[in-house]
Design a binder for this molecule. Structure first.
Ligand code: UDP
Ligand code: MG
Length: 325
């Protein structure tokens, strides 16, 4: 496939309380790399995800001097995943590249992304070669387990260390824009869409300034969301647990009948009816609790989807250079 000269590439950059990093990122990291690209026109879509600091004012400044900057200002914080979706939905380019605004996803790799795309890739995925470094022990173990589970659950498409530093071809973007769920993990959904993925390996850089806004609680929430919203595997696991408990209690019951009633209690356990009942009831209570929790999780997701609310709210007054959508 040969790309023609007027082809546009869109860059989608979510920003949330990045007043310390955003200027440095744009001026010293991102824009210098962008200026090396002469083959394509470029649009830079910055999504302000309800920042409470000066981030919005800073990026509005860029938009007032350069029409290639588009600012989507959210009315409040909707989360990075939703911000990415808004950016993708507003992108007009033939390819869309998503990149963090804190410098951790090094901008110099965008050339590799574009090269892979020019060679025909529909999706180019940034893979962190150091994905289990630089975090505490628990998040590290968590992320290992996360990818292991994803793979076990049949997400063969999800490569360990894959991030949302990605390029999507217009083909993929149009399919992505059809997805309507509220609980969304961008990279999980992209993996779900299929298509061949080309890979670009990279290492996380240090944050330019500021702090990651993903603490362990947010990460755990993200992990649970991925499992619930992308598959019904938790239900299947529950069925196995239920079957296991039923089999266990059946065998225990059989043991009691044979040991106590047929053989006359040679082990001298003297298990009376109350003990036997408690064994079964304990099992059943556990089973019910687990299933209740799982069903509740699903219902909460159905609830969120059924409300049919828009995925995000844009503050039009604060947004800049947006094409009407
Ligand atoms: N971000 C966002 N909304 C949020 C949290 C983060 O748009 O609610 C942006 C943030 O500005 C950055 C990117 O998402 O550009 C990654 O965030 P962060 O660095 O906090 O996460 P980490 O690098 O630890 O995954
Ligand atoms: Mg970061």
């Amino acid at each position: 496939m040969v790309k023609v000269r007027s082809t546009q590439i869109s860059f989608v950059i979510p920003v949330f309380n990045e007043q310390e990093a955003i200027k440095d990122f744009l001026d010293n990291h991102f824009l210098p790399e962008l200026s090396k690209i002469s083959k394509y026109t470029k649009e830079i879509i910055l999504i302000d995800d309800g920042s409470s600091d000066n981030t919005l004012e800073i990026i509005q400044g860029y938009a007032s001097t350069d029409k290639n900057f588009r600012i989507i200002a959210f009315s409040r914080n909707f989360g990075k995943e939703v911000a990415l979706s808004a950016g993708i939905a507003h992108a007009t380019g033939e390819a869309v590249i998503m990149i963090d605004s804190d410098g951790q996803q090094p901008a110099k790799y965008i050339h590799d992304f574009i090269k892979a795309w020019e060679n025909g890739a529909d999706i180019v995925t940034g893979i962190r070669t150091d994905y289990n470094k630089g975090h505490g022990l628990i998040p590290r173990l968590g992320s290992k387990l996360f990818y292991k589970l994803l793979n076990k659950m049949g997400y063969k498409n999800t490569i360990p260390g894959s991030t949302d530093f990605r390029l999507l071809d217009r083909n993929v973007v149009s399919e992505y824009n059809k997805l309507s769920e509220h609980n969304r993990i961008t990279r999980g959904l992209i993996d779900w869409l299929g298509f061949e993925q080309a890979i670009v390996e990279y290492k996380y850089d240090d944050r330019i300034a500021g702090k990651s806004s993903f603490d362990f609680k947010k990460l755990l929430h993200l992990a649970i969301n991925s499992f619930i919203s992308l598959s019904t595997t938790p239900l299947v696991i529950l069925a196995y647990v239920g079957a296991f408990i039923m089999l266990g209690s059946f065998l225990l019951g059989l043991f009691v009948i044979i040991q106590q009633y047929i053989l006359g209690d040679p082990l001298h356990l003297y298990w009376n009816g109350a003990v036997q009942m408690s064994i079964f009831i304990t099992f059943l209570v556990g089973l019910i609790l687990v299933s209740q929790a799982t069903i509740a999780l699903y219902i909460s997701h159905i609830h969120a989807e059924a409300q049919g609310r828009p995925l995000y709210i844009i503050n039009k007054k604060q947004s800049r250079n947006l094409k009407d959508k």
